[in-house]
Design a protein around this ligand. Structure first.
Ligand SMILES: [Zn+2]
Length: 143
């Protein structure tokens, strides 16, 4: 299995790199109900593996988790988040968040996903979001 790309935070702690895809279609956003911690509804996301760049990781994660293909994407944010822990025990992640258009047929990943679907802004306001996605949606003033 591929290993996450690793680095150090400014304060010298171990850090991973992550990508996230905010995929929008007809005013709705693609969200996954995560089956693994941290739990909650989240956009398609994952680690950048060693040897990958952010865009390669984004295309791979979107394909694995949703079955969709990315057409266009634009980077919205890149920032270090020191409270976003992962199941590998690392609490800091340097995120690249992209907004994307995608096409293809939606297919749920058996790995780590309870469900996948499209949600309106009103619906997203009522969902229990994974904390980092709550942060992104608030930052984007979607919720
Ligand atoms: Zn990690």
């Amino acid at each position: 299995m591929a290993k996450p790309k690793e680095g150090k935070t400014n304060s010298g702690e171990q850090m991973h790199y992550s990508v996230g895809a905010l995929i929008e279609k007809d005013g709705k956003y693609l969200l996954i109900d995560r089956a693994v911690a941290p739990l909650g509804f989240a956009g398609v996301a994952g680690h950048i593996d060693k040897g990958e760049d952010a865009l390669e990781a984004l295309k791979r994660e979107v394909g694995e988790e949703s079955g969709l293909q990315i057409n266009n994407c634009e980077q919205l944010f890149k920032e270090e988040i020191d409270w976003n822990w992962c199941s590998k025990g690392v609490s800091s992640h340097y995120w690249h968040l992209f907004k994307c258009d995608a096409s293809g047929e939606l297919q749920r990943s058996e790995r780590g996903t309870k469900s996948i679907g499209w949600y309106s802004e009103d619906e997203i306001k009522k969902l229990k979001l994974e904390p980092v996605w709550e942060y992104w949606f608030k930052k984007l003033k979607i919720i």
